[in-house]
Design a protein around this ligand. Structure first.
Ligand code: 5RP
Length: 225
């Protein structure tokens, strides 16, 4: 399901485009497909959203560039942890939410690829909201996040704090459900020490869902000339 969604999204990529490359297991299929197309002559430049994606894209011989060199991205393909019917998302399961959000913001077209298990009625039901925070004062930042009524856990890996590509921590905030994602996104980002949170509001043009019955698209039709 992940593969069919990812490979469908690659059909929107055309010669000469600057392409944002998201992070995660779904997007890996898109990067592999892009690698095949590049070996057949497709000319693009990719902007990876994580060190992990940079490594995979290099293995696939995809030419890379940076957002500093190309501040306008033609199209980005990325994954998500939850998608609602307004095309709002929770992202950051892979810890790359800050770079992913910067890249999404500067993309003319943002396409999200998911399997059907990621489509939810309300954000926050199945997946905790990841919040990237600076290390300094993180326990105080955690307390401020708890005031939103969520249970907050420092993300760890092998009993050590998980460190993002930006050198920060991730606090995973477990809500029963997120009633007003627009407001919560703004309020969380106003806490000093918060770098970014994983709510993606109004940034997405299309969501391609791989399901057992095939592909479903939730967004507006994107013209492919
Ligand atoms: C990384 C992300 C990923 O896109 C998200 O976690 C989905 O990952 P996967 O495709 O492996 O399920 O937001 O920060």
């Amino acid at each position: 399901m992940k593969r069919i969604a990812a490979e469908k999204a690659v059909e929107y990529i055309e010669d000469g485009m600057i392409v944002g490359l998201g992070t995660g297991s779904t997007i890996k299929y898109a990067i592999k497909k892009l690698g095949e197309l590049v070996s057949e002559g497709l000319q693009i430049q990719g902007i990876p959203t994580s060190l992990q994606t940079k490594k995979i894209a290099k293995q696939e011989n995809i030419p890379l560039t940076t957002l500093d060199e190309h501040p306008v991205i033609d199209i980005t393909i990325d994954g998500a942890d939850e998608v609602d019917s307004n095309l709002n998302l929770i992202k950051g399961g892979g810890g790359a939410l800050t770079r992913e959000k910067i890249v999404a913001y500067h993309s003319k077209i943002e396409i999200i690829v998911v399997d059907e298990t990621k489509v939810v009625k309300s954000l926050g039901i199945d997946f905790p909201l990841p919040v990237e925070v600076v290390k300094f004062g993180w326990k105080a930042t955690k307390k401020s996040l708890e005031e939103f009524g969520c249970n907050v856990e420092l993300r760890t890996i092998m009993n050590e704090p998980y460190i993002t590509d930006n050198g920060n921590y991730i606090l995973d905030c477990e809500f029963d459900r997120i009633e007003n994602p627009e407001e919560l996104e703004r309020e969380i980002n106003s806490i000093p020490g918060v770098v970014e949170n994983g709510l993606f509001i109004g940034l997405v043009d299309d969501v391609i869902v791989g399901s057992k019955r095939g592909i479903i698209t939730l967004g507006k039709e994107i013209a492919s000339s």
